[in-house]
Design a protein around this ligand. Structure first.
Ligand SMILES: [Zn+2]
Length: 291
């Protein structure tokens, strides 16, 4: 009897630790990060965890990602510190419809009047404030939810979004969310043109069901397509929805000391995508029972 009690207790403890580690994984502590120019007219305005980008054009500015709602004030301060005007944001875009990238979207759209454009498969998630997300829609964690907001335009795979002298391409890289979006653009720096890739989110989160997922039946096929697509993109400047994808802190530290811009990192891009693809295939095999 004692033994059984002990066993139950240790299972209980194990589960607690497991739940705790998932919670910690969901949102590491974020710290402020200095805003800076990445290259040409492309700037970093996020913190050390969630990555937000400002693109300055001849007809106003583009903001990619908002962070959580409480991050908007930090983004405003970062934009001001760079010498730009928050109210010049004419276009607001996201990597995908999770709170850490879209949570402040409603405020930004309201305050700046920016047009909010979202990949079609993520539109309902944004408009429901996270409630229609296939994974987190029924969760009890308030961090998964945010102010719902009407999307101005639904985007489709390959759509081009234009503002002033800039053209951005929206690539559907689904799996992480149904409408997860990888943004590409060309940036001019010292009369050279660079291909920029902002990876939308290639991670298989803890608890994601890749097999028999009734809420997202094509999830595994979507991830598979995502990696094919990401491998086909020309990339000089490697960026993403989180700074950790591309070693933000390490590269930032090198920015003023190395002759070469450290964000120009095609090899790092390839390595990251290959690694995430491997992670996906091994998790898929595990869930299918092949591993
Ligand atoms: Zn996410």
């Amino acid at each position: 009897m004692m033994k059984l009690k002990k066993l139950i207790y240790s299972i209980f403890l194990f589960n607690l630790i497991f739940i705790y580690s998932e919670f910690v994984q969901a949102r590491p502590e974020s710290k402020p990060f200095p805003p800076f120019r990445i290259a040409g007219n492309l700037y970093y305005v996020g913190d050390n965890y969630q990555a937000d980008y400002l693109i300055v054009t001849t007809q106003g500015n583009i903001l990619i990602n908002s962070g959580y709602e409480e991050d908007v004030s930090k983004i405003k301060a970062s934009i001001a510190k760079l010498g730009f005007n928050y109210n010049d944001i004419k276009l607001f875009l996201i990597s995908h419809a999770h709170g850490d990238h879209a949570g402040g979207g409603a405020i930004i759209a309201k305050e700046t009047g920016a047009k909010y454009k979202v990949m079609d498969a993520d539109v309902s998630v944004i408009e429901s404030g996270g409630k229609s997300d296939f994974q987190y829609g029924n969760s009890h964690d308030p961090e998964n939810f945010y102010k719902p907001v009407k999307v101005d335009q639904a985007l489709h795979d390959g759509d081009k979004v234009k503002l002033g002298n800039m053209v951005l391409t929206a690539h559907l890289t689904g799996g992480h969310t149904k409408g997860c979006t990888t943004w590409t653009m060309k940036i001019m720096e010292k009369s050279k043109i660079y291909n920029v890739v902002i990876v939308g989110g290639p991670f298989v989160n803890p608890g994601y069901k890749l097999v028999h997922n009734l809420k997202y039946p094509t999830i595994a096929e979507d991830y598979k397509h995502t990696f094919q697509l990401l491998k086909s993109l020309p990339c000089d400047i490697f960026l993403g929805a989180h700074g950790m994808y591309y070693d933000l802190e390490k590269k930032y530290a090198l920015l003023n000391t190395s002759l070469k811009n450290p964000f120009i990192d095609p090899a790092g891009y390839k390595k990251f995508i290959d690694l995430k693809e491997k992670d996906f295939f091994s998790e898929w095999a595990k869930q299918k029972g092949d591993a």
